[in-house]
Design a protein around this ligand. Structure first.
Ligand code: ZN
Length: 457
């Protein structure tokens, strides 16, 4: 024991001579839930280190010789939400996560002397501010993406704290205390995941050890600003597994992979395939227009007036974009077909006809794509309320990005064809790239669905 205290004292001295790096929570709308992004950040910044209070207590995590908890990260990421793993300053741990005295300790206990203020561990929405037998005065906050935090045994709540309010990171929520079933002044802190909207409320959520989550590094900031954090999210096997638990995800994949069958059994080459994707772009354009109209209805009449200008502009601009694209595809088709005659400049309807006739069963494929898009429009955009979260401008620009990605795919496919000297492989590669893009969109759909479920809390 004496050793231990000496160790902490030494660490304290060491800390004085060389202070630990400062931790600061990222500014701006870092939370993935839209409703929380506007809440102002509070004064709290977490401590870089967390110490064990004593050499032995239940579920004591591994520490270095100074009692410093080894796998503590001041900021952790939980389902994409950045959280403080210990939302209090100058505290040490008096009990860890895990089975304790015949029951489950679903959080960690943190103690500071004197009792210090407790802060919200991430931006979110306050769900519960209540007194309970076990936790005493307790607060529960939803952070989006099915992530929640609970704070128990508070002495009192911060003034004005009430359920339903949004709260920024690091805002005070109360003072550390010993209300409820507590033998000493401390904070009982839980990180919970799952769905709160069940009859069991927070009791149906999964409790997690705050020390189990990966630490957040400034690097995430970079990936976020580059927009590639989603890519990393997509590589998460859990997200993928969750995505493909939904039968709709499999239907989307099947429709995307369908052309493989046409290539293998109907003699489809590059021309019908590129025409298929071109026709698909027209369908996506029509869907974008439908989404813009639906979006404009929500802020009637201003939205409708705006739409009267933006709608025709989009039809003209996207139409021209697709037309020019189609002319290139048509030229490509004529170059590929031996008896192709470059008979003047095609009209839009000629292009569509040429596309529809370019491969066996083309209309069937197009009908399947239309049916799927109509289903997704009604199911996701209208019924699940995506239109409430979006803007006309966002929906208008969406199809262009898709075309650019498709072009990169065609380019890569053509390159592969040339490199391999095997047109079939190039075509199959193009279909696989297209399907991979489909997987990306499907996972994004899942992430968005998770978000709308979350917003409903
Ligand atoms: Zn506890």
């Amino acid at each position: 024991m004496r050793h231990f205290i000496a160790g902490i004292a030494a660490a304290g001295l060491f800390a004085c001579s060389s202070p630990p790096p400062e931790v600061s929570y990222p500014n701006g709308p870092m939370s993935t839930t839209p409703q929380t992004s506007r809440a102002a950040q509070g004064p709290f910044q977490p401590d870089y280190h967390l110490y064990a209070c004593t050499p032995s207590f239940s579920n004591r995590p591994n520490t270095d010789s100074n009692g410093r908890i080894l796998n503590y990260n001041a900021l952790v990421t939980v389902n994409g939400v950045i959280l403080a793993a210990a939302p209090v300053n100058d505290a040490c741990m008096t009990s860890g996560f895990g089975p304790r005295f015949g029951s489950m300790h679903k959080g960690i206990d943190l103690q500071s002397k004197p009792a210090g203020p407790i802060y919200s561990a991430a931006p979110g929405r306050v769900l519960e501010v209540s007194e309970q037998t076990g936790f005493g005065y307790q607060v529960l906050i939803a952070h989006g993406n099915g992530v929640y935090t609970r704070y128990g045994h508070l002495a009192y709540f911060a003034e004005g704290l009430k359920p339903g309010q949004t709260i920024g990171f690091g805002q005070p929520i109360g003072l550390m205390g010993r209300t409820g079933n507590a033998t000493a002044i401390h904070l009982h802190f839980e990180i919970l995941t799952g769905n709160y909207n069940t009859p069991r409320k927070s009791w149906g959520l999964k409790a997690n050890n705050p020390l189990d989550f990966p630490g957040w590094s400034g690097l995430d900031n970079v990936t976020r600003s580059l927009g590639i954090d989603h890519v990393l999210n997509f590589l998460d096997p859990n997200t993928l597994a969750r995505t493909y638990r939904d039968p709709v995800a499999w239907v989307i994949l099947a429709v995307d992979l369908f052309p493989i069958w046409a290539v293998l059994t109907m003699g489809w080459g590059a021309v019908p395939l590129v025409f298929l994707y071109w026709l698909e772009n027209l369908i996506i354009g029509a869907v974008a227009l439908a989404k813009m109209i639906a979006t404009s209805m929500k802020d009637h009449p201003i939205g409708a007036i705006g739409m009267a200008f933006i709608g025709p502009f989009f039809i003209f601009h996207y139409g021209m974009f697709c037309f020019v694209h189609g002319v290139f595809v048509s030229v490509f088709a004529q170059m590929s077909v031996e008896n192709g005659d470059p008979s003047g400049f095609p009209s839009p309807s000629n292009l569509v006809n040429q596309a529809l006739l370019s491969g066996e069963n083309m209309p069937t494929f197009i009908l399947a794509i239309i049916a799927l898009q109509i289903f997704l429009f009604f199911q996701d955009f209208i019924m699940r309320g995506e239109y409430r979260e979006t803007t006309i401008e966002k929906e208008m620009s969406a199809p262009y990005g898709r075309i650019i990605v498709l072009h990169i795919g065609i380019f890569a496919g053509a390159f592969a064809m040339a490199a391999l000297g095997n047109p079939m492989l190039g075509i199959l590669g193009l279909i696989l790239l297209r399907a991979l893009w489909g997987v990306f969109l499907t996972v994004r759909r899942r992430i968005q669905l998770d978000k709308t479920l979350q917003t409903a809390n």
